[in-house]
Design a protein around this ligand. Structure first.
Ligand code: PAM
Length: 408
């Protein structure tokens, strides 16, 4: 049985089952590592804190040969930090850590809060607004301002839509993917010109802004190609804007479990952090992560031949009933007084963000979502009848209606 499954290519099944794909396979294998074939390649799917340790050990797993071209061409960008390993990765990663893991987090959260307040005023009295789209606009406005990128109010909706498209289209063939490719081309060209402008002095930005830091960042004494610099600037704007997914999920949670609204509305920061972690754990966003075995390996008794893909089941781990009892119940309380370890809650990857591949923007995500969730809870709104279902075969998932709200 296992051998037969290991020989069938799973790519189509993965496309159909989405987030449930690896958890289903792992269940059939009694939670043991699963040998399989995907994208025409040998692979082994793993899960659990020990698997996260194993996956993030650079002497086991590398990235630069593992990410499929369609993912790089839409989501991350050519030559992005996500595609590097070893010393090259550490050097480039330090740029992101310096930009994203410091006092600037509070500044960005404040800008996002102000941007939300401004937008919320304009929602009042309209027949309805789409929260997902509005959240993307709110965040894109704030993060471009924060990064030192001049954008007019007229340009903003198209920019926000492009940043969303790059995320929305990374895992699906067809129109969503084409939109993502076009969005990336457009925004790389636009930002490469701005980077050149900063270098020549034609574009004026604050000395400590992300656009300035990236424009003047050097590797081996050389500045980045303008296109690569643009890729990395997008790697700040796009994931920040993608917090719109989590705000749409937060609205879904507040609709289903309205008892959580009060502590958010009251500004209970400890509860807010717990709510944010539970949203990131419970709702489907990153399905799994992939790397490639750098040598013949063994994990939990399973042989992983050199060159095989190693797939870390992120969604599965965030719903593991040993780590998170009653994993399909939305219970923010589980994170009150529970420190987040490097290897358990992994919606944005595991390990140490400063040195490894874990997302360096995780603290920003937590700060932005906390600010936005509190403001949403304070907003006087209601949900008109709509389809709030979340289709687990759509990667990345989001509520079908994108959450229509009416602000009377
Ligand atoms: C962002 O960066 O914009 C935030 C959205 C990130 C979603 C991450 C989804 C998972 C990433 C990659 C999947 C690669 C699978 C590799 C299989 C071989």
């Amino acid at each position: 049985m296992h051998d037969r499954m290991a020989n069938l290519d799973q790519t189509l099944v993965a496309g159909i089952k989405g987030y449930a794909w690896l958890p289903d396979l792992r269940r059939k294998h009694h939670d043991r590592p699963v040998p399989l074939r995907v994208l025409g390649q040998r692979a082994v799917a793993v899960c659990g804190p020990e698997a996260v340790r194993f996956f993030y050990d650079e002497s086991h797993v590398e990235r630069h040969t593992a990410l499929p071209h369609p993912v790089v061409a839409t989501l991350f960008g050519k030559n992005a930090v996500h595609t590097l390993d070893g010393a090259a990765h550490r050097h480039r990663k330090a740029l992101f850590v310096a930009l994203l893991m410091n006092d600037g987090i509070d500044v960005l959260a404040k800008l996002v809060g102000e941007s939300f307040d401004e937008a919320a005023e304009s929602w009042r009295g309209r027949s309805s607004v789409t929260l997902f789209d509005e959240a993307a606009l709110v965040i894109a406005r704030a993060v471009t301002r924060w990064a030192g990128i001049p954008v007019t109010d007229d340009e903003l909706p198209k920019l926000a839509a492009d940043l969303v498209a790059m995320v929305d289209g990374f895992a699906t063939p067809g129109p969503r993917h084409w939109r993502a490719l076009a969005a990336r081309r457009r925004r790389e060209r636009w930002l490469a010109a701005k980077i050149e402008g900063v270098r020549s002095g034609d574009v004026i930005a604050p000395a400590d802004a992300a656009i300035t830091t990236i424009a003047h960042y050097r590797e081996d004494g050389e500045p980045l190609e303008p296109r690569t610099a643009a890729v990395e600037l997008i790697n700040i704007l796009r994931p920040a804007t993608a917090v719109a997914w989590f705000l749409a999920f937060s609205a879904h949670a507040l609709d289903r479990w309205p008892q959580h609204r009060r502590p958010l509305r009251d500004g209970d920061d400890e509860f807010t952090a717990a709510f944010v972690h539970e949203v990131r754990r419970f709702y489907p966003f990153a399905p799994f992560l992939g790397g490639r075995a750098v040598e013949d390996l063994t994990f939990a008794g399973e042989r992983i031949p050199k060159g095989a893909l190693v797939l870390l089941d992120v969604y599965g781990q965030n719903h593991d009933n040993l780590l998170f009892p009653q994993p399909y119940e939305f219970r923010p309380e589980r994170f009150v007084d529970r420190p987040i370890g490097e290897f358990d809650l992994i919606p944005q990857g595991g390990g140490d963000p400063r040195t490894g591949h874990r997302c360096p923007g995780e603290q920003i995500t937590v700060a932005l979502l906390g600010t936005l969730a509190q403001r949403l809870a304070r907003l006087d709104y209601y949900l008109p009848p709509q389809d709030l279902s979340i289709n687990l075969s759509r990667i990345p998932a989001r509520p079908a209606s994108d959450v229509e709200i009416v602000v009377p």
